[in-house]
Design a protein around this ligand. Sequence first.
Ligand SMILES: [Zn+2]
Length: 325
Amino acid sequence: MRKDLRVGSAVAASGEAVSGTLDLGTSFVPFTIFNGARDGAVLALVAGNHGYEYPPILALQMLRPRIHPRKLAGAVIMVHVANMPSFLGRTVYFSPLDQKNLNRVYPGKADGTPSEKIAHAITTEVIDQSDYLLDLHCGDGNESLRPYVYQTVTADAALNTRIAELVAHCGFDHMVIDRGRPRDPAASVYCSNTAITRGKPAVTVEAGFLGVPDEKSSKMIASGVENVMRYLKIASGSAKRVKRPVFLDPAPVVTSPGTGLLYPCVKRDQNVKKGAVLARITDFFGRKIADVKAPVSGKVLYIVATPPIVQGQPVGCVGVPRKSL
Ligand SMILES: [Zn+2]
């Protein structure tokens, strides 16, 4: 038997699944608690920190009826759609309520803006009660992205090993190494880093692109989650470890020097040479503003592939494969 697990006003007894909603006034966050019959780890699954990223949201819809709490050791807490204002408002990157990027305001504030309130609720109600976290993303509505996970490297070698093992069981073979995440729990910025700065292994997962409700990407995320549940012994069965991981160092995100229209010149997952044109930017009269070029030779992790572009916003990211971590 496990003790009751409470999120907001919802309480799941041992062996029960209970769904509920965190009511934050300006928004609401739907969640499901799967409280296992036996003790074990608690895994948090967060979808929709970016509301235009559909495959992760649909992956949790696929998984919800497949998880049976009486068979679990430990628990799973699902956040079905973190950023409801962005989801229902169909906005890329930013909330329509406060123009903030939810995945840049963690751990949030109880008395903050709508996005800060969501981040605070997820931090205190979900992350604080969990041992592990998967933050599920894809290319946003404007981004054509190849699947990968972010592997965070911290100053703590033991935590790095635990993160690396979690990463190796997510079902993805491309690992983008992230060494630059903030180390202050009070300014963790990102959802997954909020768990990591609290000593809990976490991974940001990316599969899907361009606002497409792509079933293949959703299935890739769902099967990765199920493998992680087996790896953590929350679910029974043997977990698969990735066979040939490709580690990549991300070059700094390339941003646009001007506002206007963007024409992509490469595809996701394409190998490019340093200096290759990633995208052409024009003004509203068709005059070229700039060719945006690859800063390094490597693989296109994502490229913006819809026309609107604002000065300073991302155009794409190239990853440089490396021999090992
Ligand atoms: Zn995202």
